[in-house]
Design a protein around this ligand. Sequence first.
Ligand code: ARG
Length: 460
Amino acid sequence: MKKKLWAGRFKKGTHKVAEKFSASIDFDQRLYKEDIEGSIAHATMLAKEKIILKKEADKIIKGLKQIEKEIEAGKFPFREELEDIHLNIEKRLIEKIGDVGGKIHTARSRNDQIALDMRLYLRREIDEIIDVIEAICMRFVKLADENIDAIIPLYTHVQRGQPILLSHQLMALFEMLKRDRERYIDCLKRINALPLGAGAGAGTTFPINRKLVAKLLDFPEVTNNSIDTVSDRDFIVEFISTSSTTMMHLSRISEEFVLWSTKEFDFVDLGDEFTTGSSIMPQKRNPDMAELIRGKTGRVYGNLVAILTLMKGLPFSYNRDMQEDKEPMFDTVDTVKSCLEVLSEMLQVIEFKHENMKKALNEGFITATDVADYLSRKGMPFRNSHEVAGKIVSYAEKKGLELADLNISEFKNFSDLFEQDLYKYITLDGSINSRKSHGGTAKSNVKKMIQSAKKEIAGW
Ligand code: ARG
């Protein structure tokens, strides 16, 4: 039997089946960098506080750095029987520098060690996620700027409703992602507290200096309660929850592009780079990347349910169940990052087909609301104006004409309130530019939105 690092009181070795079942090294080796970074800071503090000798800490740190190189070179012997990344690294350290390597675990438990590794890891990943979200936000603003003259129908119930600027809709996507960015930044606040020093959950008998470790690892604060520290996985729940909202947004954006790339809409070209052909129907171009983003949303929701269910009803403080927190966390990181990356690149090549968008506006009495609004501005209660406008639509439909094609006497047959100035409001530009309410689609408004977004982005 190979002696485990924790096996002092054991007479028999772990059963092969149990060993395989409980090992996490296959997936938690992804935390090697954070584990080493945390150990180096811990050793530095132990020496500073004279809990170990400076020369011992130097040896430990040197050994850890060599181990990092071994892992990066693919030469590190990961061993299942050593359970996890912490024990794999610690054992290797002892093999390399001798028994003094065992001093690294003074005043520390794997319970606070794993909490530290995950906070360090998520902090770094969230920074990268935020970078891509910011790039996408900038891209939406740029596209809104470049396409400022394009007009599309606003759809409700996927039915053509009112004319709007394409830029207005692009700025709506900007708003969604801007909120995602804020939510990730908010997550960081709670991740950014040092858990190391909580020990197994009760604190430690050694005179450690948690503030120093926090400073070395760039944590603005230390956690307050050692029990809560080793029990807490809220930061992972929050991260996956935030990511679920982001994925929900990405899936809606993707769905819009899928719809818009159909022959029925034909509003966008997603580019050869981000579409694929059909193996049987030669004419086809499928929006697979957008579909996959939409599809991958489900697994992130699944991860959220997994972590919430994992934590539900767990007794205090650390329980081995919590080892199951890692795969949902890693999968969420991988999924969100890859989806954001694909969307970001797709937005570089996407082209909007202004002519087709315009065509979709020329059928369907898209300015009927403007006819009703016109009457109401002249004093008619909106319910009545709505009815009159409806009748006019039905009249025009029968004649096979659009609203702006009817002459003024035809309008007057429905109400004497109609005057020549009506036509200013029922053309596409007239309709759009009269929606000047804050947040509305008037071009002057949308231009302001773009300007203020640019200013905001400059402050990020
Ligand atoms: N591999 C463990 C996890 O991921 C590390 C903490 C284990 N602590 C323990 N006392 N067994 O949760």
